[in-house]
Ligand binder design. Structure first.
Ligand code: MLT
Length: 377
């Protein structure tokens, strides 16, 4: 049984060695070459695997499509559900998930897609010694896209390699790979910011709090903020959970100002336009205890900027004061709304992958022009 990088390469060591050798050739691509492999001949993304492949035009397209979709679905649900009826998708989740799984599943339903799921690996041929390469390739025989969550940090790269090794290259969507990336969560968090700040995300201070070291939502999310001008990013975490050097370097190379705060959250609250809380990712080892100095306390709402927002990718534990969940009249508290935004953000991402995003935006403009009473959904 061969497991490397948290990927199961099958029962046969010689076969595993052969496959790993082939994969190593692909994995040697430069970041730029990999990005090219993830785009079609018109430059559109055909695989959504890393936040670093997103640019501001792409993000604006996703945000505008998500906004349009939530209104069009309210007015013309039939139209939305007719868009991708000919398309099918497999939701292949090899790690626990509530929000990402459900929001993808509902996003697919909003677009009329046929969908199947694999979540229980005991029902997969991997128990018979089939490698993950072969299982993924098998899955790609039946669907038009695969949305996948996996414990391996490099599963995104692996999956694109598998797709490219076949004659049936399907769009692959990374719904969370190990500690490294969660690009669709980053896109939906960005959508939440974009709505709140009316698209104006330059010259802002963002604070990422909690497990900055292993939080894949932070790794992907911070990269998107660095696309903007005059960005300052605080990583607020004890020394042992501070941001990894690769992410820090990536941000600095893009001119974001990076500040590491290791004493606690209180001093950063009044400075930040966004406070992004995360839990300890103890599924990767280490202690589960959350240092109380990094809890977002109810009284911080008084020192928080009036135009700032509080987010959390969820699931949460103790890192946000429980009293905050019962406050209904402070629009800066966004972690519940963020979840609903996630579903519409994923509608937009899937529509983009199948080239239906412009149809949604056009339909929205048309409904607006005839003055129908549009409402957010
Ligand atoms: C994730 O899958 O990374 C979540 O959305 C955040 C978490 O698990 O803490």
């Amino acid at each position: 049984m061969v497991i490397l990088n948290d990927i199961y390469w099958g029962e046969s060591a010689p076969v595993a060695k052969y496959d790993q050798h082939k994969f190593a050739e692909f994995a040697a691509l430069s970041p730029r070459e990999l990005e090219q492999e993830c785009r079609d001949q018109h430059g559109r993304l055909k695989h959504i695997i890393r936040a670093e492949h997103f640019d501001l035009d792409f993000l604006r397209t996703i945000c505008e499509t998500a906004d349009a979709a939530r209104s069009v679905a309210k007015m013309e649900d039939k139209f939305m559900k007719s868009l991708l009826t000919a398309k099918s998708v497999l939701n292949y989740f090899k790690q626990p998930s509530s929000r990402t799984f459900l929001s993808f599943s509902m996003a697919e339903a909003h677009l009329g897609m046929r969908r199947e799921e694999v979540r229980d690996l005991k029902t997969s041929s991997e128990v018979k010694g089939e490698s993950e390469k072969d299982s993924l390739r098998t899955a790609s025989s039946y669907f038009d896209a695969i949305v996948c969550r996996h414990p391996s940090d490099i599963y995104d790269l692996f999956a694109v390699w598998v797709m490219k090794s076949s004659n049936r290259e399907l769009p692959f969507v990374n719904a969370g790979s190990g500690k490294s990336e969660h690009p669709t969560q980053a896109a939906l968090d960005y959508y939440t910011d974009w709505r709140w700040f009316n698209g104006d995300l330059d010259n802002k201070v963002f604070a990422y709090v909690g497990d900055c070291k292993r939080g894949r939502t932070i790794h992907s999310g911070a990269k998107l903020m660095a696309l903007h001008k005059d960005t300052t990013i605080y990583f607020v975490a004890p020394e042992e959970l501070q941001i990894d050097p690769e992410t820090e370097r990536y941000l600095q190379e893009r001119d974001a100002k990076v500040i590491k705060e290791t004493n606690g959250l209180a001093s950063v609250v009044p400075l930040a336009h966004k406070i992004y809380m995360t839990r300890i990712q103890d599924e990767h080892g280490g202690k589960a205890e959350y240092d109380p100095n990094f809890i977002f306390r109810k009284e911080f709402l008084a020192t928080m900027r009036p135009d700032a927002i509080l987010e959390h990718p969820m699931p949460k534990r103790e890192e946000i004061d429980p009293a905050i969940d019962y406050i209904k009249d402070d629009p800066r508290i966004k972690h519940w709304e963020e979840q609903r935004n996630g579903m519409w953000g994923r509608v937009a991402l899937l529509a983009y992958l199948f080239d239906a995003d412009a149809d949604i935006r056009c339909r929205y403009e048309k409904i607006k022009s005839i003055g129908a009473g549009l409402r957010d959904n």
